[in-house]
Design a protein around this ligand. Sequence first.
Ligand code: SF4
Length: 230
Amino acid sequence: MNVAELYLKLSECHDVSGWWPAESGWEVMVGAILVQQTAWENVERVLGELKRRGAMDVDKIATMPLDELETIIRPAGFYRQKASHIQNLARYLAREYSSDPRGLLEKDIEESRTELLSLPGIGEETADAILLFAGGRPKFIAAAYVRRLLDRMGMLSSDDYWEVQRYVESELPPDAVVFSQLYALMVHHAHTVCRARPMCGGCCLRNSCRFTGTAGRADCRRSSRRGSRW
Ligand code: SF4
């Protein structure tokens, strides 16, 4: 099976429409930092509270007292670090791009990525999630769930982030919609069926999968559920 076939097959199995709901690129950027090492449900609580306070705004977060931001972010865990990283990003955008994230996200894609990676709290997965979901840029996220599924399928066995990213990107047209759909499908499949202990019995990929794990209970036909983003 190649990557395009995997994409088509997973599209038949799952519905991931509205997988990352957000009203702005800035909301995606905040969510991408908040979701590090926590479940999406906790992120949703924080995003909801920021909106309830009218604070889902680059300038408002840039100027908010840090302890107030920490209190809002507490449900997402690691709240001191995350508050600091989000406020630092907001101040950077305010200073360098007149508070408009598009200034950063619409540059040459590698230039944008390098700039994001230079900021505290933004690693490769977070930078690529921001580029893909906030910027609509064709950059695939080679997260751990993606690497595990590719390995089990017998498509690519590698823990090297860049190698996995390059492999997927080389097999598809550089289309952000395709990349974001495939990523959502793979992560959803990993959460619901191809879990740490895979439920192969009900898996729609089992006829093409190299892995001969245990028979499972899940049935992934047209399943739909929003879960963690990576
Ligand atoms: S058959 Fe099993 S190991 Fe292979 S993708 Fe499905 S759940 Fe994962």
